[in-house]
Write a protein that binds this ligand. Structure first.
Ligand SMILES: Nc1ncnc2c1ncn2[C@@H]1O[C@H](COP(=O)(O)OP(=O)(O)OP(=O)(O)O)[C@@H](O)[C@H]1O
Ligand SMILES: [Mg+2]
Length: 231
């Protein structure tokens, strides 16, 4: 069964009088429970594509279907719900909230997903889950640190814990090991492996062949289109 189907995706950017045609007809079928790696050189459009899959940006042309629904034809509220309830997004540059500590950053997504009435009753369990996820990424001792008191790799791991908070159907991770040393990178890949073994669907962007080879399947963005690559 397919989880996400991208059909004929195009994305153009108009910037400084230039028309940049970044995605030029991307077709991609992400199967349920699959772990997919997207490769490609810097500037090839990997983040652009991942943002479209997460409903964070709109294509110039083409569609993305999640469990059969065309994301960009959903009414606004349903698209918000898709982003919040079904997708966990690890941004390439983390996007943590600077005023919040690690634990609070992870909690934010579950607060957003809860009504103001339901939240007080759920808060305790949510804090417990957030702390547990931070423990899984090796940050049990950093719960109260704000992002500016964390190293780059630690911020990246907070972002991964945050993405997992709502138990998303699809984990979309943009260079999740981009700032990590070999050992920490290996531990994140181990975490992804165990998530994958438990049935998590994962789409991961990486430029690291060793990281990519942990996935089930590798595709490469070349000149705005995807080609299957050996891995
Ligand atoms: N909002 C935007 N406005 C204008 N141009 C953009 C915008 N977002 C991306 N681009 C351009 O689109 C191209 C692809 O960007 P993207 O961030 O998707 O690349 P990438 O493959 O993720 O690269 P990297 O490996 O360096 O992260 C780049 O040339 C970039 O300048
Ligand atoms: Mg990128």
């Amino acid at each position: 069964m397919s989880k996400l189907i991208a059909s004929n995706l195009h994305r153009r950017f108009r910037e400084g009088g230039q028309d940049l045609h970044v995605l030029r007809g991307v077709d991609l079928d992400v199967r349920d429970r699959e772990w997919l790696a997207i490769l490609g050189r810097s500037g090839s459009g990997k983040s652009t594509l991942l943002h479209l899959l997460g409903g964070l940006d709109r294509p110039t042309e083409g569609s993305v279907a999640f469990n059969g629904d065309d994301l960009f034809k959903l009414p606004g509220g349903k698209l918000d719900r898709y982003r919040n309830a079904h997708v966990g997004f690890v941004f390439q540059f983390y996007h943590l909230l600077p005023e919040l500590n690690a634990l609070e950053n992870v909690l934010v997504s579950s607060m957003i997903g809860s009504s103001a009435f339901a939240w007080p009753g759920r808060k305790r369990a949510a804090r417990q889950r957030a702390a547990e996820l931070l423990g899984r990424v090796g940050l049990a001792e950093r719960l109260r640190h704000r992002p500016n008191k964390l190293s780059g790799g630690e911020r990246q791991r907070v972002a991964i814990a945050r993405a997992l908070m709502n138990a998303p159907d699809v984990l979309l991770a943009d260079e999740p090991t981009g700032n990590l040393d070999a050992d920490t990178s290996a531990s994140i890949i181990e975490l992804f492996r165990s998530l994958h073994a438990a049935g998590q669907t994962i789409v991961m962007v990486t430029h690291d062949d060793a990281v990519a080879s942990a996935a089930d399947r590798q595709v490469t963005l070349v000149e705005g289109r995807l080609s299957t690559s050996a891995g």
